[in-house]
Design a protein around this ligand. Structure first.
Ligand SMILES: Cc1cc2nc3c(=O)[nH]c(=O)nc-3n(C[C@H](O)[C@H](O)[C@H](O)COP(=O)(O)OP(=O)(O)OC[C@H]3O[C@@H](n4cnc5c(N)ncnc54)[C@H](O)[C@@H]3O)c2cc1C
Length: 276
């Protein structure tokens, strides 16, 4: 028979996770339970320790239980409102959690490009130990994470300085509201005395995981600082595109996703050049 647990502390949740076939439910908006009648469901909604957002100097730690609606209230994070308002609908956002979005490891999860681009690390916890993994090592593939038995995601830490950076978020989907992404992208960049000093780009929907390629970012910084034009940027894009492996699915054809990825890239370049 299936059992349900309603822990109020992390300690209680970790204890419940020791049960065989246990499954965490945060908001429950992304669950496919299957037909099993066995195992246990652990509802983490009541755990306050998972619902904190803490600024640590240039970094922000966001608890796994923070809902998308709670993120909307974070007016200090410059990009958050635009990003979160593009996800689902107000009703879903009241339940949907940050942890659920990340642990679902969907190639089109809308928080993932932001976490990749902002050098995100996840804090995983199980009884007696904690570990911190870069997001690239946490997401192993489509719907696959490095979460171990009896382990849960506690928080995600992102690099998020308040000043100096510009942010770019774009989501291509069938409708403006309540619609999953076909392709999405989050980027951030910074100029100092007319020199581009930092650029981070993450693209979702173009492979089993979000794509972030630091070598391309470094080359782009050089090309832009040299004052090269669109032609040179197109050459670099051809290199970048070799990493993309989109699949045709019910939302769109792979060729459409490739075409749209070029437009997103050029759109981002336009923003960056305009700010020079
Ligand atoms: C109508 C609709 C529209 C949607 N639109 C979007 C959209 O536009 N963009 C988008 O990205 N998503 C969308 N989603 C998907 C979903 O709402 C989000 O991914 C949401 O953030 C999932 O959070 P949750 O708390 O509901 O996860 P849950 O359903 O509770 O959990 C999802 C998975 O994560 C695991 N999990 C959750 N928390 C933890 C934890 N702390 N530690 C370990 N494992 C954990 C669960 O066991 C489960 O496997 C939509 C869903 C619906 C139903």
């Amino acid at each position: 028979m299936m059992k349900a647990y309603y822990p109020e502390t992390l300690e209680e949740a970790l204890e419940a996770l020791k049960n065989k076939d246990s499954r965490i439910i945060a908001g429950g908006t992304d669950l496919k339970l299957g037909r099993t009648q066995e195992g246990s469901l652990i509802f983490t909604e009541g755990i306050h320790e998972l619902k904190k957002i803490t600024r640590r100097d240039t970094h922000l730690a966001i608890g796994a239980g923070v809902t998308l609606s709670m993120l909307l209230e974070e007016r200090e994070i410059p990009f958050m409102e635009k990003l979160v308002r593009s996800i689902a609908s107000p009703g879903i956002r009241n339940w949907a959690s940050v942890g659920g979005n990340l642990c679902n490891a969907s190639p089109i999860g809308d928080l993932l490009p932001m976490v990749y681009a902002l050098d995100g690390r996840v804090k995983l916890i199980k009884k007696g130990c904690e570990r911190l993994l870069p997001i690239e090592e946490f997401i192993l593939g489509r719907k696959r994470t490095a979460l171990e038995e009896e382990e849960l995601l506690k928080e995600v830490v992102i690099y998020c300085p308040v000043e100096g950076y510009k942010y770019f978020w774009i989501k291509i989907s069938g409708r403006e509201a309540n619609s999953l992404s076909k392709v999405n992208s989050f980027a951030t960049y910074k100029y100092e005395e007319k020199k581009l000093v930092d650029l981070k780009i993450a693209m979702g929907g173009l492979g089993p995981t979000v794509i972030r390629e630091r070598e391309i970012e470094e080359e782009l910084i050089e090309v832009i600082n040299r004052g090269e034009g669109v032609e040179e940027l197109e050459v670099l894009f051809k290199e970048y595109q070799k990493l993309f492996r989109p699949v045709t699915d019910q939302r769109s054809e792979s060729s459409y996703k490739l075409g749209v990825s070029r437009k997103i890239y050029l759109n981002l370049m336009e923003y960056i050049l305009k700010d020079k």
